[in-house]
Design a protein around this ligand. Structure first.
Ligand SMILES: Cc1ncc(COP(=O)(O)O)c(C=O)c1O
Ligand SMILES: NCC(=O)CCC(=O)O
Length: 462
C-alpha cells in the first residue's frame, strides 16, 4: 500500500515496488488491499491461469502497454469492444469533442436519436428491418435484464429458458450455469440469488432442440422467453449448429414465447448486423423478438442497447408499464464513441478482422498439429477459441470436458513472448481491424513455444 495516499488524482505515477520501479506486482498488491481480488470484474484476475494481471498503462491499435512499459499484442480487445483497435484517433476525437460539451445531462440529446437510428438502419440494410425501437442502457447486463422483464410483461408468463454455458451478464435470473467467469471458476451459479428467482430459469443444453421441445411440453403456456447468445462465445466459442437458431425461433413462436437474441458479444463484431445478420445473409428467414447489444456499440465506453418491434418496446416506461431507467443511460460520451465506431465499421473493417482471425485460428490449429497435441479450434465468424480436446465442442458439457489445465502454461508462454490472450480457456479471442502483419507475426512466432509448453504440461501445472 506504500505510496498510494500521497498521489494526486489525475497525475498518477502508479505504485512503485521496493526498488522504485513501476510493476504489475506492486499494483496488484495495492489493488488487493482496497478492491476485492484487486479487480473490478472477476475475469481480469488471472484466476485460472495464475500469475499477475497486467495493469494497463495505455493501449493503441493492436497493442496494450503495461505499467512496467512492456507492450503486448492484445487478443482480449477489452473483451470485445475494440473492433477498430484501441484508441482509434477518430473515436477518441469524438469523445473529446463530446466531453468538451459536457459529461452528462440527464436529459435527451440528439446523438441518442442518431445512434438508435443507426442501429436500426444497420439491421435493415444488412439483414431485415427486424426492429423499430432501440433503448440505450449502459451495460449488456442491463440490456438482457430489461429484455427479460419486457418479455415477461408482454407474455404474462414467468419462466425463462437459457442455455448452459451462455452468459448474459450478472442479473440474478441469468446466472445459472452461466459461462464466462463462472465457467472459469467452475461455479454452477452465484451465491446470493434467491431460490425463488433461480426457479424461474430453466437451463437447457445448447444445440439440443429435443431438450427445448421437452421444456415447452413440461411447462405449457408458462415460458415467457428463450434467451440465447446469437452464437455462444462464453464457454469458449460454441457456434449454433446450422438451423438451430431458426428451429428455436419456430418452436418458441409456436408456443407463444419470445426469442431474446443476445448479440452483446457478436453484435457489430462478426458483421455489420451481427450473427443474425450473417445467418440472414446466408438465407435464414427467422427473426428474433428482441435483440440485445453491448461491447462494440459503445466503442469502448459503457453503452449497450435493446431493440425490437414498436409494439413490444413501447411497453417500456414512460409509454408502458415496464420500468427501466438509468442516470447515465445514453451518456453523451458513450454515444459519441459508439456513433464514431459504428460509422467507421465498414466492409473493409470486417474483411480485415475476418482475414486476421482466420490466419491466427489456422495457425493455432497447425501449430498444435505439429506439436502433436490434440486441440479443437471452435469458430463462429471472426470469433474463435481453443479447447484442449479432440472433436467438436457443441455444448457446455463438451467445453468442460477438456484438459483445461494445459491453458495456463500456454497462456504464460504467450504472455512472456508479448501476446496477451484472454486469461481463461473459456473466452473467445478478439482480433481487430488494427491487427496488422507485424502484430499477427508476433502471435505466430509465439505459438510454437507456447504449444510445446501446453503439450508438456501435467494436470497439477494448471
Ligand atoms: C453474450 C453476452 N451477454 C451479456 C454480457 C454482459 O455484458 P456486460 O459485461 O456489459 O454487462 C456479455 C459479456 O459480458 C456477453 O458476452
Ligand atoms: N466474455 C465474457 C465477458 O466479456 C465478460 C467481461 C467481464 O465480465 O469483465
Amino acid at each position: 500500500m506504500a505510496g498510494l495516499s500521497d498521489r494526486s488524482p489525475g497525475l498518477d505515477p502508479g505504485v512503485r515496488d521496493a526498488a522504485g520501479s513501476a510493476s504489475n506486482e506492486a499494483e496488484f498488491d495495492a489493488a488487493r488491499g482496497v478492491i476485492p481480488g484487486g479487480v473490478n470484474s472477476p475475469v481480469r484476475a488471472y484466476a485460472s491461469v495464475g500469475g499477475t494481471p497486467r495493469f494497463v498503462a495505455s493501449a493503441s491499435g493492436a497493442r496494450v502497454t503495461d505499467v512496467a512499459g512492456r507492450d503486448y499484442v492484445d487478443l482480449v480487445g477489452s473483451w470485445g469492444p475494440a473492433l477498430l483497435g484501441h484508441a482509434h484517433p477518430e473515436v477518441v476525437a469524438a469523445v473529446q469533442a463530446a466531453a468538451a460539451r459536457g459529461l452528462s445531462f440527464g436529459a435527451p440529446t440528439h446523438g441518442e436519436t442518431e445512434l438508435a437510428a443507426l442501429v436500426l438502419a444497420r439491421l435493415a440494410e444488412h439483414a431485415r428491418p427486424v426492429a423499430e425501437r432501440v433503448r440505450l442502457v449502459s451495460t449488456g447486463t442491463e440490456a438482457t435484464m430489461t429484455a427479460i422483464r419486457l418479455a415477461r410483461a408482454a407474455t404474462g408468463r414467468d419462466l425463462v429458458v437459457k442455455f448452459a454455458g451462455h452468459y448474459h451478464g450478472h442479473s440474478d435470473g441469468l446466472l445459472a450455469e452461466a459461462g464466462s467467469g463462472l465457467a472459469t471458476q467452475a461455479l454452477p451459479a452465484s451465491s446470493g440469488v434467491p431460490a425463488a428467482i433461480a426457479a424461474q430459469t430453466i437451463v437447457l443444453p445448447y444445440n439440443d432442440l429435443a431438450a427445448l421441445g421437452a421444456a415447452f411440453d413440461a411447462h405449457p403456456g408458462r415460458i415467457a422467453a428463450v434467451i440465447t447468445e446469437a452464437a455462444g462465445a462464453n464457454a469458449g466459442v460454441l457456434a449454433p449448429e446450422p438451423g438451430f437458431n431458426a428451429a428455436l425461433a419456430r418452436l418458441a413462436g409456436a408456443e407463444g414465447a419470445l426469442v431474446v437474441l443476445d448479440e452483446v458479444l457478436t453484435g457489430f463484431r462478426v458483421g455489420p448486423a451481427g450473427w443474425w445478420g450473417l445467418e440472414t445473409a446466408a438465407g435464414a428467414a427467422w427473426e428474433p423478438d428482441l435483440l440485445t447489444f453491448g461491447k462494440v456499440i459503445g466503442g469502448g465506453m459503457p453503452l449497450a442497447a435493446l431493440a425490437g418491434r414498436a409494439s413490444l418496446m413501447e411497453l417500456l416506461a414512460p409509454l408502458g408499464p415496464v420500468y427501466q431507467a438509468g442516470t447515465l443511460s445514453g451518456n453523451p460520451l458513450a454515444v459519441a464513441a459508439g456513433l464514431a465506431t459504428l460509422r467507421l465499421a465498414d466492409a473493409e473493417v470486417y474483411r480485415r478482422i475476418d482475414a486476421a482471425a482466420g490466419v491466427v485460428a489456422d495457425a493455432v490449429e497447425e501449430t498444435f498439429a505439429t506439436v502433436g497435441q490434440p486441440v479443437t479450434v471452435s469458430r463462429a465468424g471472426s470469433l474463435f477459441s481453443l479447447a484442449f480436446r479432440s472433436g467438436a465442442v457443441r455444448d457446455y458439457d463438451d467445453a468442460r470436458d477438456q484438459e483445461s489445465w494445459r491453458y495456463a502454461p500456454f497462456f504464460a508462454s504467450m504472455l512472456a513472448d508479448g501476446v496477451s490472450l484472454p486469461p481463461s480457456v473459456f473466452e473467445a479471442w478478439f482480433l481487430s481491424a488494427a491487427h496488422g502483419e507485424e502484430d499477427v507475426a508476433r502471435v505466430l512466432d509465439a505459438l510454437p513455444r507456447a504449444a510445446r509448453a501446453a503439450a508438456a504440461a501435467r494436470p497439477a501445472d494448471g
